[in-house]
Write a protein that binds this ligand. Sequence first.
Ligand code: BDR
Ligand code: CA
Length: 313
Amino acid sequence: MHKVIFDTDPGVDDAMALLFLHHHPEIDLLGITTVFGNASVETTTRNALFLKREWGIDAPVARGEGRTWNPMRNPVDWPVTIHGDDGLGNIDVPETIDLPVDPRPAHRFIIDTVKANPGEVTLIAVGRMSNLAYALKEAPEIAGLVRQVIIMGGAFDVPGNITPAAEANIHGDPEAADVVMTAPWKVVVVGLDVTMRTVMTRKMLADLVTRGGERLKLLSDISQFYIDFYGRHVEDGMVVHDSCACLYLVAPELFATRSGAIRVVAGGIADGQTIQKPDGHAFPPGNWDDIPSQQVCTGIDVDRAMALLRETL
Ligand code: BDR
Ligand code: CA
């Protein structure tokens, strides 16, 4: 069984990934931690509670603090044209959901849960990396206790999606992402290099609704706005970014990876760019020397990945 904390900013593709985690038989979802990104942290937390209620998910929801690592950055640039004003495709999510939120802030929930399950927890982070960075700051020892960190974020050999250099999750809090990528824990990055290839077409989604009933109907309803946006990038479907991170957990054999230290640019024209120094490349001594080698996904078996996603949903 894979024990998972899902750190997320729901978000339409986040919602699909959450349903995948909920339905996959080898995943034990220990908690959902929320972060700002696709909307404010108030809205993404409300959305997590809404999805938890609608889909009957047991896992607790802990709210992130909604602040970037660098206080000079302002976390308010919500991509309302992609996920809608409410983060879930403008489907009229109720203002408040009558379910409790965990009393701890997200980073404290992460620390406590990792310590209670040493060596067992996988952190899947599909929003800004802020909560993970705050958890490391408060309890650096968790780096040695986490099984692995799987990140949806970054663009290595392809252009970004928020600037030519940067992908949105990293661009929203680059300093936090650099803390997370350079910490002494195992990181696997599933970035735009592979996620832009994974498309759920309208037809696939309609088939899922026919086979899967009300849960899939809700997923389809929230996805229409996002599909309309992605029409300018892919043909008649949605890119399933965040599900790719979850697919990596249960089927890493579907991905090709490259090893090497990763750093994140903070500031300037390439703000939020992710850079990997491939292992084996020698440079003059410098500030890359003591950074742990991590994995970046460079390839994906799209057909098998999409088949696994659809079957699980
Ligand atoms: C990432 O940004 C968000 O819009 C998505 O939820 C995904 O996590 C893709 O760049
Ligand atoms: Ca996301």
